[in-house]
Design a protein around this ligand. Structure first.
Ligand SMILES: [Mg+2]
Length: 370
């Protein structure tokens, strides 16, 4: 018998995620804060501040500080931490450098957030070759920016994403074809992107703690409990995921989304994160000399229930203020007060900007909170 003509080479997907991105960028900019607990977010005002932690360094995490935690709580956990307001334009510039570096490797590429991307390394033909390249990519990002990242290589996008989170920071985890289900099995269900505290509790309540428990569970019962989301959950647990690495459809739309580390029902947090998406999307628009007319906000609740709401403006614009106010209006209309797992922003109905009509968006200076 000759080789099986049906045999196809494996899909090999790389997911790359920068390590505590905003905090690491701040440490590059201000070497004097390196190694210290750094908290980026709202002004703590000596413990009386409102608002939340956007992100924090690993040193701050050691004090129990987490993303989306009230800034007052972060302050009481570690009053001597360095508290900084976010400098989104700096993060966006650094992100572009990273993404340019990643694109330069010449594989199918998909940026999924300011500090995360997928590459389709299938043309390499083997997981060992992909592992070697992943190491090279990590080195070249460090050389270009001084920053570390974690990478996951796997046969599917979701497993690659879970793998990149497996050995943070500065990790590399390779899950070869046929090993996905056994890699996932011992992990807690919370490691599945989209599973928040509430879904986790529901799953725990029916005896499902690990992803392996979920894979072994009767899919009909999952459907009874989670609706159509139950099928998706079960497939994820089995390592089944056919979604492709998709290059951005450049001229049709520009979008970004963020998945919260913890679900949140805090409006200030939602607005804060939406503002960071506004910064990212607007930077891309200006970079590609585009103006938009339609703004869409997407919210995903627990259990994969997703809602979107769009608004089309009278005129094309590249105004960041207009983008921000439209996005915030849509969020207020859309959001019903439930815990949010993911928030996304898209602009569409795009046209090229005339060079003479470019608007200038000045960015303010950024000082540490005193
Ligand atoms: Mg990251």
């Amino acid at each position: 018998m000759g080789p099986n003509p049906q045999k196809t080479s494996p899909r090999i997907i790389l997911h790359l995620d920068m390590d505590s991105f905003y905090a690491s960028v701040e440490m590059q900019k201000r070497p004097e804060i390196r190694g210290k607990p750094v908290v980026i977010g709202a002004d703590p005002k000596n413990g009386k501040g409102r608002g939340v932690v956007a992100t924090c360094s690993y040193e701050a995490r050691a004090f129990g500080i987490r993303s989306a935690m009230p800034i007052s709580q972060a302050f009481s956990l570690c009053p001597h931490a360095v508290f900084l307001p976010p400098d989104f334009s700096l993060y966006a510039r650094t992100s572009s450098e990273i993404m340019t570096c990643l694109r330069g490797f010449g594989f199918l590429f998909q940026q999924v957030s300011i500090d995360e991307a997928f590459l389709d390394l299938s043309p390499l033909g083997s997981f060992s070759a992909a592992g070697v390249l992943a190491r090279e990519i990590k080195t070249s990002i460090r050389t270009a920016t001084g920053l570390s990242c974690s990478a996951g290589v796997a046969p599917t996008k979701i497993v690659a994403k879970i793998a990149s989170d497996f050995q943070k920071p500065d990790g590399l985890t390779v899950v070869e074809e046929g090993q996905a289900a056994s890699f996932l099995a011992p992990l807690p269900v919370r490691k599945i992107p989209g599973i928040g505290k509430k879904s986790e509790q529901e799953l725990n309540g029916i005896g499902i703690r690990s992803i392996g428990d979920l894979a072994a569970y009767d899919v009909q019962k999952l459907i009874t409990i989670f609706g159509r989301g139950g099928i998706a959950l079960h497939e994820i647990a089995l390592g089944i995921d056919d979604s492709e690495v998709q290059e951005r459809d450049g001229m049709k739309s520009v979008s970004r989304e963020t998945t919260f580390e913890q679900d949140t029902d805090d409006l200030a947090t939602l607005v804060f994160v939406l503002d960071s998406l506004v910064e990212d999307v607007h930077r891309d628009l200006v970079g590609e000399e585009l103006r938009f007319r339609t703004v869409t906000v997407k919210i995903r609740y627990e259990g994969f229930v997703t809602r979107t709401r769009a608004k089309t403006l009278m005129h094309y614009t590249d105004s960041k203020r207009m983008l921000r106010s439209s996005a915030q209006d849509l969020l207020r209309i859309l959001w019903g007060g439930n815990s949010v797992r993911l928030i996304g922003l898209r602009v569409s109905s795009l046209e090229k900007t005339d060079a003479c009509q470019m608007t200038l968006d000045s960015s303010g200076s950024q000082e540490p909170f005193s």
